[in-house]
Structure formats: structure tokens, C-alpha cells
Design a protein around this ligand. Structure first.
Ligand code: HEC
Ligand code: HEC
Length: 178
């Protein structure tokens, strides 16, 4: 009885010593937080963090080349300036003055596609824009003249000849399901 208690104590001490050693080596080989982020600063200290000055590309709507789609049915990038168009709220959305199917016909712009006028989950159509999409810039973003911080080798493959310039999500939505 006495012996086994001694054994337990001994192995408990050994475990403690081992844990302490592990912690020690862990600390020595730890990655510093200045090595983790792309900013290369101490992550817990925000005092010297400044947003870089960003120049957004694009002139007023109507005078810009559209970007190639990033991949098949990706949300297209905004090629024009957003000056005076933000913020977007539920009550006031300046994007819709040019991008609804009706206004786009009159103004010669690109209308928001059918997928924005329905519930994708049920297929039920909506008369107006499905308000789940009211915040256009949640998915569509303008572009800045900035070099990527991490090299990206992704190359998009488009199955449809037009796929790099327009979307057909509505036609391919159920591919592989039905
Ligand atoms: C005054 C009309 C007008 C307004 C307002 C407007 N756009 Fe546009 N938009 C255009 C035109 C015209 C184009 C075609 C490119 C160009 O000529 O600038 C375009 C292009 C786009 C494209 C690219 C589509 C593609 O097929 O590549 C997106 C995305 C877009 N706009 C999103 C928006 C969002 C989001 C807003 C609101 C913040 C907005 N637009 C407000 C007229 C407008
Ligand atoms: C939840 C993400 C999301 C939101 C929010 C959203 N879009 Fe889109 N949009 C997409 C995606 C993804 C596509 C491409 C696939 C498709 O057709 O649905 C697209 C496509 C488009 C296109 C190109 C249509 C074409 O024929 O190629 C236009 C224009 C557009 N959206 C405008 C808008 C406007 C204006 C708003 C705000 C009222 C908006 N979108 C909100 C994701 C979004």
C-alpha cells in the first residue's frame, strides 16, 4: 500500500517535471506575434497601426472598362468610382438607380441578374430586389491600385465562352443536384 502511494507520487512528480520542460522548450521556439500578421507589428498593440492611403480606381459610372470576372459566376468587381453613392441603406440605395432591370434598359447599364430577384434557397421570385441583397458592396467591391501581399497562383477556368464577362448562375444553380 505504502509502496504504491510512493509510486504514484513519483510518477506525478515526473509528469510535472516533463510538463515544465515541454513548456520551457515551447516558449523558446514560439513564433513571435510580429511574425504572424502581414503587418509585421506586435498584434496586441494597435497604437502605431494606420490604414494605408488607398486610391480607388475608376471614374464616374459610364466611362470605365468592366473587369474580367474573377471566376465563373463571381460577383463582378465595381469598375467605377463610388463617390457620392455610399452609404447604402435599406431606405436609400443609389446603386438601384442604374442597376435594376428597368433602369438598366433606359440607361444602357448592366442590370442586377435574376438571382437577385428571388430566394435562392426556395426559388421563389420577388417583385422587387430580394432585400437580403440590399447591401451591394457586401459582395461587389471597387478596386484599388495595390499589390497583393501574398502571391496568388489561382487561375480561373470558364466553362462558358462568355463566363469571364457575364454570369449564368440562375441556369447552373442546380447542376449536380437535379
Ligand atoms: C449613374 C449610374 C450608376 C450608378 C449609380 C451605379 N452604377 Fe454600377 N455601373 C454603371 C455603369 C455605366 C457600369 C459599366 C461600367 C462603367 O461604364 O463605368 C457599371 C458597372 C458596374 C459593375 C460591373 C458589372 C460587370 O458586369 O462587370 C458593378 C458590379 C456595379 N456597377 C456595381 C454598382 C454598385 C454596387 C453601385 C452602388 C454603390 C453602382 N454600381 C452604382 C452605372 C452605375
Ligand atoms: C450576397 C452577395 C451579393 C449581393 C449582396 C449583391 N450581389 Fe450582385 N452578384 C453577386 C454574384 C455572386 C453575381 C454573379 C452570379 C449571379 O448572376 O448571381 C452577381 C452579379 C451581379 C451583376 C452582373 C449581372 C450579369 O448579368 O452579369 C450585377 C450588375 C449586380 N450583381 C449588381 C448588384 C447590385 C446593384 C446589388 C445591390 C442592390 C447586388 N448586386 C448585390 C452577388 C451579390
Amino acid at each position: 500500500m505504502k509502496k504504491s502511494l510512493q509510486n504514484i507520487l513519483l510518477s506525478a512528480t515526473a509528469a510535472l517535471v516533463l510538463t515544465a520542460c515541454n513548456l520551457g522548450t515551447g516558449q523558446n521556439s514560439a513564433v513571435e506575434d510580429t511574425q504572424i500578421g502581414l503587418r509585421n507589428v506586435e498584434l496586441k498593440d494597435e497604437s502605431n497601426v494606420k490604414n494605408p492611403v488607398i486610391t480607388w480606381k475608376g471614374d464616374l459610372p459610364g466611362s470605365n472598362e468592366v473587369y474580367e470576372r474573377s471566376y465563373e459566376n463571381a460577383p463582378p468587381l465595381i469598375p467605377h468610382s463610388l463617390e457620392g453613392l455610399l452609404p447604402i441603406t435599406i431606405e436609400s440605395n443609389s446603386c438601384l438607380t442604374c442597376h435594376t432591370p428597368d433602369t438598366a434598359k433606359d440607361m444602357g447599364t448592366i442590370p442586377a441578374p435574376q438571382s437577385h430577384y428571388m430566394y435562392l434557397s426556395t426559388g421563389k421570385k420577388t417583385v422587387e430586389l430580394n432585400m437580403e441583397r440590399f447591401n451591394c458592396v457586401q459582395c461587389h467591391v471597387p478596386q484599388a491600385d495595390a499589390e497583393p501581399l501574398v502571391k496568388n497562383n489561382f487561375k480561373a477556368d470558364f466553362r462558358d465562352g462568355e463566363g469571364n464577362r457575364s454570369s449564368n448562375l440562375i441556369d447552373v444553380l442546380n447542376q449536380g443536384i437535379k
